[in-house]
Ligand binder design. Structure first.
Ligand code: SF4
Length: 308
């Protein structure tokens, strides 16, 4: 079982080492954008789980230029290890939500550094108009562009609860448009949304298996301080899995996942100072070690239960 190095799943690390010959590190950036789900265009409260920093709690400060954020990000990473290759990752808020000319300036600034190998952009599928797609196309001719779309779930009830603010058909159009330009698409999913069964979560995986996407982020729902989700949880606590329940579910999910899709994330790492639950996710090393042991003991690998 060494199709992906020592791991039993198709990891991002494996892909990057294969392509660039070494580990490639992310520098999280803040381009100073907001989000249509916060400024009133789509909604005002934002997604129910989203922190005040627009799910960009590890991103640099928007008061600094992109070049400065990259320089600082490199300095921080190099304190711990020698690093030569980076992904410039626009993480905070909706990173295609600005005039196209401004976006192009920001993206060009990010990729001008020769050590930045990839531009990764987190956004909403309803913020990819023709002018934005043209910018992404031009940048993708210079360096690879990844676009990360926050889908979270395919189920309308959960999508409505989290106030996602767009329909599945908009997501499908965004994937088609991006893939028409040869842009890498990564999809963000959230497990254990209140009221969703494991079977429903796996339906989201089955759906994505058939889509032309290249990567997936599997995120366990994090309840963060000062969010509407935290208020709901305080009023009426909903089920939050313990580590073993989540590991067992992840095993099932990995077995169902199409082996060609790269896994970019397996749990998520909410900022410790904001995290209310599940607190065990802070110990990422233990979570990953336990998962690797579980996959080995149960002889699970990515795609074991996937059938074309
Ligand atoms: S779309 Fe992203 S930035 Fe906007 S509210 Fe939702 S999670 Fe937050």
């Amino acid at each position: 079982m060494n199709r992906w190095g020592e791991k039993r799943y198709h990891s991002l690390d494996y892909d990057l080492k294969n392509t660039y010959g070494e580990k490639v590190y992310k520098i999280t950036l803040n381009g100073g954008m907001t989000c249509p789900n916060r400024d009133g265009t789509v909604g005002t409260g934002g997604c129910i789980f989203c922190s005040s920093k627009g799910s960009g709690d590890f991103a640099g400060s928007a008061s600094r230029s992109i070049s400065e954020q990259i320089t600082r990000g490199k300095q921080d990473l190099r304190k711990k290890r020698p690093v030569h290759s980076y992904i410039a990752y626009f993480q905070a808020f909706t990173n295609t939500y600005a005039p196209a000319a401004r976006l192009e300036e920001l993206y060009l600034e990010a990729i001008q550094d020769p050590e930045v190998k990839i531009l990764s952009i987190a956004t909403r599928p309803d913020c990819l108009g023709d002018d934005v797609l043209e910018v992404l196309d031009r940048i993708n001719q210079i360096k690879p562009v990844w676009v990360e779309l926050g889908l979270q779930t395919i189920h309308p009830a959960a999508a409505s609860y989290i106030r996602r603010g767009y329909t599945l058909s908009i997501f499908e159009k965004a994937v088609r448009d991006l893939r028409g330009l040869g842009i890498t698409v990564i999809v963000h999913t959230i497990f254990y949304l209140p009221g969703e069964s494991q079977e429903e979560m796996l339906n989201t995986i089955d759906y994505l298996n058939d889509m032309d996407i290249q990567g997936i982020k599997l995120q366990l729902l994090h309840i963060l301080r000062d969010t509407d989700l935290a208020a709901d949880y305080a009023r009426q606590p909903f089920h939050v899995p313990d580590m073993m329940e989540y590991i067992q579910f992840l095993g099932t999910c990995i077995a169902r996942l199409n082996p060609r899709i790269t896994i970019h994330r397996l749990t998520g790492d909410g900022p410790e100072e904001l995290l209310i639950a599940p607190l065990w996710t802070s110990n990422k090393r233990t979570v990953l070690n336990t998962l690797h042991r579980h996959l080995k003991e149960q002889d699970i690998w990515q795609g074991k239960e996937y059938h074309d």
